[in-house]
Design a protein around this ligand. Structure first.
Ligand SMILES: [Zn+2]
Ligand SMILES: [Zn+2]
Length: 212
């Protein structure tokens, strides 16, 4: 069985998630933005064996700790989509601006594309490319858990910002309605910031995407 736990990291309170197989304890970490000691402490407490880093997009609060963690534990970096390369290149600059001294660029072991899958201990998660907030943003969907890790695409009651370079509002709305809604109203999503919700609840009440 797959389990997960979300740990807010960095001054941006970004929802980093640990995902693991309950029997083997093989684990992936989604969006290790920073506070690596906290993340590693939690992984240790849960008895997890970290094997992979999965990235939704390359903003500092999501990807800032990636290079350091990958190097420390010799982990493969999977994702995001290659269109986020320019954000990876800008990590050190973003880090200096926002006070993340450890943030630096890295080279993903594997870029992701829409329709691909990632695998952890025999469990398969589906990858959807959801541009709009950043051009290379991806989300990870586990039909088994009925969970989706959506980064900064959608929040409870809100949507991702689109005022960054290569951000685009209409593209983001299309990502949400064409690639998230088909996952089902009862699917719970873990956003990059703030509390969880379901796609059904957002379709009914989120002012940015209600009745879409
Ligand atoms: Zn972001
Ligand atoms: Zn974020």
């Amino acid at each position: 069985m797959l389990k997960y736990q979300t740990i807010p990291v960095t001054p941006f309170q970004q929802n980093c998630s640990l995902v693991w197989d309950s029997e083997t304890k093989q684990a992936a970490v989604i969006d290790p933005g920073g506070d690596l000691e906290t993340l590693l402490g939690e992984a240790r407490r849960l008895g997890l064996k970290l094997e992979q880093i999965w990235l939704t997009h390359a903003h500092i609060d999501h990807a800032g700790g990636t290079a350091e963690l990958a190097e420390q534990l010799q982990l493969p970096v999977i994702g995001p989509h290659a269109a986020d390369q320019f954000w990876i290149d800008a990590l050190a600059q973003q880090g200096a601006m926002f006070g993340f001294p450890e943030a630096r660029p890295f080279r993903p072991t594997r870029w992701l594309q829409d329709g691909e899958t990632v695998e952890l201990a025999g469990h398969v998660l589906h990858v959807r490319h959801c541009p709009g907030h950043t051009p290379g943003h991806v989300v990870f969907h586990s039909p088994e858990m009925k969970r989706a890790f959506v980064g900064d695409v959608l929040f409870a009651g809100s949507i991702g910002r689109t005022d960054f370079p290569q951000g685009d509002h209409d593209t983001l709305i299309a990502s949400i309605t064409q690639r998230l809604w088909p996952m089902g109203d009862d699917t719970v999503f873990i956003p990059g910031h703030g509390p969880e919700s379901t796609f059904g609840r957002e379709r009914r009440s989120n002012p940015y995407v209600a009745n879409t």
